[in-house]
Design a protein around this ligand. Structure first.
Ligand SMILES: *[C@@H]1O[C@H](CO)[C@@H](O)[C@H](O)[C@H]1NC(C)=O
Ligand SMILES: *[C@@H]1O[C@H](CO)[C@@H](O)[C@H](O)[C@H]1NC(C)=O
Ligand SMILES: [Zn+2]
Length: 303
């Protein structure tokens, strides 16, 4: 007997098998980001990141600065950097005051504790920042992910529209430049040499501060908009802060990212999500040099 419908059915099953295996093992890849939404519907939903930010489209805003709490205090523990197969990341330890660094101020109504730091990059032939500023993609982008501290875990925070804020710092490589004084960043870059294999980890022997990852960044000059995680589950719960200043790193550092491997033993390259539509979202630009109408200092000293 021959049932064409059955053949068709089995053909479909066979076709879908690799994909189904993919679904089971909680995987995603950067080759087919348009299919993330099959398993993670929010990836196909509104308010997605990253986006292109253009000077001509942003709205200047007279805003309090971001307040960086404990950002410049040393961690009370060593940092362990890990190759997750999608990026390199580390969990942010508490500072010597027993509390993690946090941000508030700007458009934020609550206090957001730093949870995790990771990076996005390209390849030797392609720049790999996620956000594009004034038409320009840069070499590297760092994300410092913060959880609204009214939620207990990052996972819980992903369920709420005010759950997360991310600070994004873009980097560009300068050739034969001076040695930059970026102690925390250099520790992380050097740890990459130990993280070639998937799921390997390396404990940085020096203590550093979260703020030292920002070098001499102008912390007062940023774009802010409402978006999402740029990896599955793409939860649309992120108040983004993308700093306007692009930090410089030496050309010795970037290639350290290019020798990492994913779980299939392939080079871990180009781990940036394609640009998403801005839709009707507003992007604000905090202008650092416009004097505020009312003196904000009294309010800010509550810390
Ligand atoms: C997030 O929300 C979903 C459904 O609304 C719920 O099942 C889940 O338990 C929540 N997760 C956390 C960690 O609160
Ligand atoms: C990653 O390494 C940890 C221990 O370092 C181990 O417990 C875990 O099973 C590993 N995960 C995978 C997917 O290999
Ligand atoms: Zn990221």
């Amino acid at each position: 007997m021959h049932f064409p419908a059955f053949d068709d059915f089995y053909q479909r099953i066979l076709f879908l098998l690799p994909f189904a295996a993919n679904l089971r093992s909680n995987e995603f890849d950067y080759k087919t980001p348009e299919s993330w939404q099959v398993k993670y519907p929010q990836c196909g939903g509104p308010d997605q990141s990253p986006i292109a930010i253009s000077r001509r489209k942003v709205i200047p805003i007279n805003l309090h600065p971001l307040l960086f709490g404990l950002y410049d205090e040393p961690f009370d523990d060593l940092v362990t950097v890990r190759n997750t197969g999608h990026t390199v990341d580390f969990m942010v330890p508490a500072t010597i005051y027993g509390v993690k660094p946090f941000v508030t101020g700007g458009l934020l109504r609550d206090c957001y504790e730093a949870e995790e730091v990771h990076f996005h990059w390209g390849s030797s032939g392609k720049k790999g920042s996620e956000h594009v500023i004034n038409g320009r993609r840069h070499d590297l982008e760092m994300h410092i992910v913060h959880r609204n501290n009214k939620y207990l875990t990052l996972k819980e925070a992903l369920n709420y529209s005010d759950g997360v804020t991310v600070l994004a710092v873009l980097f560009k490589v300068v050739r034969a430049g001076p040695m930059f004084y970026q102690p925390g960043l250099n520790e992380v870059f050097n740890s990459l040499l130990h993280l070639s294999d998937f799921n390997s980890s390396y404990t940085v022997p020096e203590r550093f501060t979260l703020g030292s990852l920002l070098g001499n960044l102008d912390r007062g000059n940023f774009y802010t908009y409402k978006g999402s995680l740029t990896t599955p589950p793409c939860s649309p719960v992120v108040q983004w802060h993308v700093f306007a200043e692009v930090l410089r790193i030496s050309d010795k550092e970037l290639p350290k990212f290019f020798q990492l491997h994913d779980k299939w033993g392939n080079k871990l390259l180009k781990n940036f999500r394609p640009l998403q539509s801005q839709e009707n979202r507003l992007i604000f630009h905090r202008q650092p040099f416009i004097p505020l109408q009312q003196e904000p200092l009294q309010e800010l000293i509550w810390l």
